[in-house]
Structures are given as structure tokens and as C-alpha cells.
Design a protein around this ligand. Structure first.
Ligand SMILES: Cc1ncc(COP(=O)(O)O)c(C=O)c1O
Length: 396
């Protein structure tokens, strides 16, 4: 029987493809410090669990396809608090930001349609865009320029008759790049002038470390039809397992098409939505505390990485990742070495080899993405292990 070309053109996730090695490694009794996946160790606010415990309906029924009202209202209210006015009609609740991206690409792409994405980018964009028949048109960025992609000429050079959208992640996964307001406005103007969607994936919105300004593309004027926001409770509230995200736009035609896919998949999990609505009750002190914690982790991670001879990286300004070129030949074989051969006192470390974060073949071979999602003591140990492993790997 045949398999689809779409499926075959996709790859396994670089964050998860080494899981079988990790399971064998753990079975053999080793401890792994996991810096490969954006799964924070910060506790989920108790409001989530309380709301789920207090759920008193006798039937766990389907929810509305666009989401339960209390969650939509909580999201509207959250945006109002950060100075962005949305109505419930502008919001579709999805099963994570992941499903919001899938539904969006299904709604805007035809076979061969192109999406401009600054690379390196969140690896699953490759899968989501290809699955919708689209093509990733990468815009290369480099650590020496802090992975900046706010360059009008370079952006416009990539636009052609097949281009449907510019997709940006701000703050960026995996580079930690954060746009200024002027840069965001410039990119929005390019999208408007060329009649393109501007997809703004802002799932790390609160995680900015060198400014207090929480940017949101929903605040931009005159680009209501262009701007689409991808949002999620996963990172904001350290609630990745809740699987609740949102697709947000004032573009009514787009939202009408997206609703068809939402209805097709019936609804996002009812109980997760109930819990997620309660998460939005947390106050600004929650965000300030979490941001301080990640800032300290960022500083430690960057200091430790740059102390390793031969490592090249840019200081991340947001999200909770850093891309690093390592003085090794091949990050995938290094990752296997970490999980099969290397250990120090029964401990090892796991990172994400970076080729999957690129669309350009051959890029990212000796690069890894590191997620600074562990508390400082563990993070420090994990990076010491990494330094030790690089040395031993190169002297095998
Ligand atoms: C940039 C970005 N967008 C979307 C997602 C999807 O997150 P979720 O489906 O958990 O909301 C992630 C997850 O890591 C991400 O990093």
C-alpha cells in the first residue's frame, strides 16, 4: 500500500526522535538532564487543578468547536489587560498552539503555496506546512547578527506569486531573538503591501529578559486582516500537558474557513479548557516571578556555554532556548554518544540536534538547541556534563 508523499517528506521531531535511546539509557539506570524539549520544571499554577477537581457536571460532554465560553472570555480579558482588544469571535480554541498552526496552514495554503519563515525555526513548522501542501521558504539568519531577520530587502526578495504568508515566532524558538516594536511594524507593513498573512507565533510572549515591554502583533493598527496570532497556555503557565492553544485573528473570512476544520475535529478537550480558563486568573506577580527565574537560567546557560572552547552562540533575549554551534562534527552522532556511551557518575545530558530546525539542507549539522528549562543547580550540572562530553567525544 502507498504512503503519502507529504508524510514521507516530513521527518521525526528533532526534540523527540532520540527518545528510544533515552528510554534505554534510563532503563540502564542513568540519569538524563533533559535540555532537548521545551518542557519546563516550573509548577503549573494550582488554579488549573482546582478547577478540574471542582468540575461537577455528570457528563463529560463535547465542548463547542470554537471553545468553551469561559475560556474564550478569559482570553479576551487577558488580551485586554495587555492592551489588545479582541472579541470572542476573533478566537478559536485549539488543541495546543500546534493545532492552531495546523488549522491555519490548512486554511491558507494550496499545493505549492509558500510560507516565508526565518530559519532556524521551531522544527514542527516543517511538518505542519508540508502537511498542508505548502513549502517553507526559509530566510537564513546567523548568530553573529543575533539571528535578526527584520530586514525589509531580504524579506521582499523571498516574496513571489506563490507566497501566502510570513511566519514569525516572537520571542523566537530556537534562537531567543526578540523583535523591537519598529521591526514588528516594518514586517507587518511588508505583509500588508504584498497582501500576505503575518503569522505571529507568540507562545513565549511573556518570556523577554532585557525589556519589560510585552509585544503583541494584535496591537498593530491597519493590519487586522493580515495578522494571525498563535497562542497557547503551554509555556505561559507551564501547562504543556493541558494541550490548549488558540488561533486568533480579526480576519473574518479566515476565521470562517478555520471554523470548518475546528468543527471537523469536534472540539478541544473539555476538562483541559476548564482548567485553562482558571489559569488566566493568575496575576502579574506570577509572570514577574517566572520571568526572573528564566532570566537567571538564561544568564547561567549563556555563561556556561560561552566558557566552552569553540562554542558559538548568541545571547538569547527571550523564550527559553539557545542555539549553539558546538566544536563537534555531527550533532546527531554526538547525541547518540551522549545517550549510549557517555556518563559521569551515572549521569548524562540530552539536547536537540539542529538540522530539523532548518529547511535549507545541510544547515545545522554541528548545532544543537538547548532548552534552559531546569532549575539552576540541574542546569549548571547539565552544562558541565555537556562540556565534559564534547571533550571526551573529540578524544575518542
Ligand atoms: C514556537 C512554538 N509554537 C508552537 C508550539 C506548540 O506548543 P503547544 O502545542 O504545546 O501549544 C511550540 C512548542 O514548543 C513552540 O515552541
Amino acid at each position: 500500500m502507498k504512503l503519502s508523499e507529504k508524510a514521507q517528506s516530513c521527518t521525526l521531531s528533532p526534540m523527540r526522535k532520540f527518545t528510544p535511546y533515552a528510554m534505554a539509557c534510563e532503563k540502564a539506570g542513568k540519569k538524563i538532564y533533559k535540555l532537548n524539549i521545551g518542557q519546563p520544571d516550573i509548577e503549573t499554577p494550582p488554579e488549573f487543578f482546582e478547577a478540574v477537581r471542582n468540575f461537577s457536571q455528570k457528563v463529560l460532554a463535547y465542548a463547542n468547536s470554537q471553545g468553551i465560553e469561559s475560556l474564550q472570555e478569559a482570553v479576551v480579558d487577558y488580551y485586554h489587560r495587555i492592551g489588545v482588544e479582541y472579541t470572542k469571535q476573533d478566537i478559536l480554541i485549539t488543541t495546543g498552539g500546534s493545532e492552531a498552526l495546523q488549522i491555519l496552514f490548512l486554511s491558507i495554503l494550496d499545493p505549492g503555496s509558500e510560507v516565508i519563515v526565518p530559519e532556524p525555526f521551531y522544527a514542527n513548522y516543517n511538518t505542519f506546512i508540508k502537511a498542508a501542501g505548502g513549502v517553507v521558504r526559509p530566510m537564513s539568519t546567523i548568530p553573529e547578527e543575533d539571528y535578526n531577520y527584520a530586514n525589509k530587502e531580504k524579506l521582499e526578495a523571498l516574496i513571489n506569486e506563490n507566497t501566502r504568508a510570513i511566519a514569525i515566532i516572537n520571542p523566537q524558538n530556537p534562537t531567543g531573538n526578540v523583535l523591537t516594536e519598529q521591526e514588528l511594524e516594518m514586517i507587518a507593513q511588508v505583509a500588508k503591501e504584498h497582501d500576505l498573512y503575518l503569522i505571529c507565533d507568540e507562545v513565549y510572549r511573556e518570556f523577554v529578559y532585557d525589556t519589560d515591554d510585552v509585544l503583541c502583533a494584535g496591537r498593530l493598527k491597519g493590519v487586522d486582516d493580515n495578522v494571525v496570532i498563535i497562542d497557547s497556555v503551554s509555556k505561559r503557565f507551564s501547562a504543556c500537558g493541558a494541550r490548549i492553544g488558540m488561533l486568533i485573528s480579526r480576519n473574518k473570512d479566515l476565521m470562517a474557513q478555520a471554523l470548518k476544520f475546528c468543527q471537523g475535529r469536534l472540539c478541544s478537550a473539555t476538562l483541559d479548557q476548564v482548567g485553562a480558563a482558571a489559569l488566566y486568573k493568575v496575576g502579574p506577580e506570577y509572570f514577574a516571578k517566572v520571568r526572573d527565574e528564566y532570566r537567571r537560567r538564561r544568564d547561567l546557560c549563556y555563561a556556561k556555554l560561552t566558557a566552552i572552547p569553540g562554542v558559538v552562540c548568541a545571547k538569547p533575549m527571550g523564550a527559553f532556548y539557545v542555539m549553539a554551534k558546538l566544536p563537534i562534527d555531527d550533532a546527531e552522532s554526538f547525541q547518540k554518544y551522549l545517550l549510549t556511551e557517555f556518563e559521569d557518575n551515572g549521569e548524562t545530558v540530552m539536547v536537540s540536534p539542529a538540522t530539523g530546525f532548518y529547511a535549507t539542507p545541510g544547515k545545522g549539522l554541528n548545532e544543537v538547541r538547548i532548552a534552559y528549562v531546569l532549575k539552576e543547580k540541574d542546569l549548571g550540572r547539565a552544562l558541565d556534563l555537556l562540556a565534559m562530553a564534547i571533550d571526551r567525544y573529540n578524544h575518542r
